[in-house]
Design a protein around this ligand. Structure first.
Ligand code: ATP
Length: 263
């Protein structure tokens, strides 16, 4: 399923935080959104999954006009793993993941054997089978993040939005989560901070700066030292990793602030 965002602007408190962004995720592509803190990545994603209403623009998910669709009809095709996963009520891990089945059920319809199998498989995929009866609120940040991904997997979406899906995860689970997402073989749009990880998993990256697209393309073409300097204001060297051939980035420390020398 393709995603096409056309000239999307989102205003918060009267200020355009996202400015005329157009982007495309082709069928089964894994597309990353990169850019510094506060550049507008989450705001753009939230406008696609209907938490925020764009001031202007058009968003199509497949044939579906996102801005004119209900959240319920969208949730049959679109899965979301957001940034903050705190809950007011407690549920078991299994109950949390079962919620992924809701868009496919009628009101008050109970889960059947097929739903239970899908939930079991989703828990297994994120290595949380042993946690099925644990209280969600007692989990660590990384464990919660894996539960939310399992819930999105159980939803069997045709397109997935991820807002910094690896920010609480250790190395093993960062690699595991991105590999799982890749293996779903569906369209994915993900905000990511780790540029090396982004270049390993993404087919295309969009770099965002001050709410605008500063550049886009395949990671190895886009992530040059000049683009990273322009977008993040950080000096670096970009080189092929001698072991994996993937893109590697060596960040160079900033010069000390003049005031710190006097201390
Ligand atoms: N309700 C609001 N009113 C005004 N400004 C807001 C509001 N919510 C967010 N912002 C601002 O909008 C900008 C974009 O925020 P956003 O969360 O989209 O950034 P981001 O690129 O996802 O950042 P991060 O990488 O830190 O998660 C930030 O400067 C933020 O402070």
């Amino acid at each position: 399923m393709e995603l096409n965002a056309d000239c999307v602007s989102v205003a918060l408190s009267g200020v355009d935080v996202v400015k005329k962004i157009s982007l495309q995720v082709k069928n089964k592509q894994f597309v990353g959104l990169i850019g510094p803190n506060g550049c507008g990545k989450s705001t753009l994603l939230k406008s696609i999954y209907k938490i925020l209403k764009p001031r202007e623009g058009r968003i199509l998910l497949g044939e579906q006009d996102v801005l004119k669709s209900s959240v319920r009809s969208l949730s049959k095709t679109l899965g979301v793993v957001g940034q903050f996963n705190e809950l007011g009520f407690d549920f078991t891990v299994r109950e949390m993941v079962s919620m992924g089945r809701t868009p496919h059920k009628r009101f008050m319809e109970a889960d059947n054997a097929e739903d239970e199998r899908i939930v079991r498989d989703a828990l297994d995929k994120v290595d949380l089978t042993a946690y099925a009866d644990r209280s969600y609120l007692t989990l660590s940040g990384g464990e919660k993040q894996r539960v939310i991904l399992a819930r999105a997997i159980a939803q069997q979406p045709k397109f997935l939005i991820l807002d910094e899906p690896t920010n609480h995860l250790d190395m093993k689970y960062q690699l595991q989560i991105l590999s799982i997402v890749k293996s779903l073989n569906i369209g994915v749009l993900a905000a990511l901070h780790d540029l090396s990880m982004a270049s390993m998993y993404c087919d295309v990256l969009y770099a965002v700066k001050h709410g605008e697209v500063a550049g886009f393309g395949p990671p190895k073409k886009l992530l040059t030292k000049s683009l990273i300097k322009e977008v993040y204001d950080v000096d670096c060297e970009v080189y092929p990793n001698p072991i994996t051939g993937d893109l590697a980035i060596a960040y160079l420390p900033a010069a000390p602030h003049p005031c710190s020398e006097a201390v």
